[in-house]
Design a protein around this ligand. Sequence first.
Ligand SMILES: Cc1ncc(COP(=O)(O)O)c(C=O)c1O
Length: 426
Amino acid sequence: MNHRRAFLKQISAIAGMAGVSSIVDTDRTFAADVDLIERRGSVRNFRYKDRYMVDPAVTYFNHGSIGTVPRTVHEAHIAYLRLMETNPWFYMWSGEWDEPREIVRAKVATLLSCQISEVAITHNTTEGFNVLAAGLPLGVGDEVLFSSINHPGASVCWEHHGATRGYSVKRFDFPWDRVMEMTTDELLGRYEEQITPRTRVLVVPHVDNTVGLRHPMSELARMAKSNGVEFVAVDGAQTLGMLDIEVGDSGVDFFSASPHKWLQAPKGLGVLYLSNDVQQHLSPMWVTWGQARWPDSARRFEDYGTRNLAELLTLGNAIDFQVAIGQETKDAHYASLRNRFMQEVAGSNEFTWRSPTDSGLSASLYALEVNGMRANAFATQMFREHGFVMRAFATDQLNTVRISPNVANTEEDIARFMGATAQVLG
Ligand SMILES: Cc1ncc(COP(=O)(O)O)c(C=O)c1O
């Protein structure tokens, strides 16, 4: 089945929605998006930096922590907030923004290649995992499996509910030193050898937040299910807006993501895919009035009541912006930045590459081991003296800085980064 076509059909089925734009579509926003579309494919000559509000003294390499928001998306956000304050009751409760909210849900469904009924709008990735860990019917004798590459936002909730409800949580040590040579077969094998007859849930990141190892979703889901695992849950915090995501046909049951990173949407908004099947097993974490309206929809797992509608509607503008750039353009740009970083690292004594080298397992997020200095101290000095923003990881196994650039970054940023590094480490 051609999912994308099916989803477009779903969207146009909502009254008057074919080819819809978001309700706040100021002249400037519109002109900027048209401009983006016309220039699609030529990131190099494109003044992306003008489209963001980042301090000119800052070079932002940290979309893995939190994203930058394009100026036009921010303007749309402010416009929704202003509109809300002209008559709060009207926009929150009269139903005026019900259809716009559903248009955003449809856009998310298109982005994820799933059905509209499988999308809940949450606050972040962590909330999605809490919905799952609180709501799945697990008990004594059951096991949830993940590795140390998992982020706490996708792990702690299982430990909490496992302790109170009697199911066990198995967290195995991920071999960080194997990441550079990792192949898909090895990755699948590392998880497969940990599965036991008790394993009911497997949790994996789509791309982890430390070294940027891309987990092939469909292959993992196939392997897990053939070994008797019932539910496969994917942490998409790092991939929504970064990679093309086709979750609907992947065999994955659950995908939770944070649009405030790579999708460059306002902070504090989440996206949750719950397959129609997993919904049948799940009891809602939030319980309030109105949820009975949605017996066959992921909508009943959202936090109803007074909510962040201005941010939710801005998510539609953020998706429009990313779609206007185009996935192919982003893929090509991210690959060229990554290749340039790999070349620089290969020719330097200051860094060692600690991320996958297989491009199929790679992402626009990578780790450079800092030679001769604690990574935390290096990152602090690079920020204070040269304006580079990145995340440091100083653990027993890693002494790295994480680079997570976006479309506004250029190869010139990388050249300046290497120049600044020579000064700090020299
Ligand atoms: C892989 C991964 N999972 C989960 C999270 C938690 O995200 P949030 O705080 O938006 O829930 C993060 C945040 O950095 C992350 O990188």
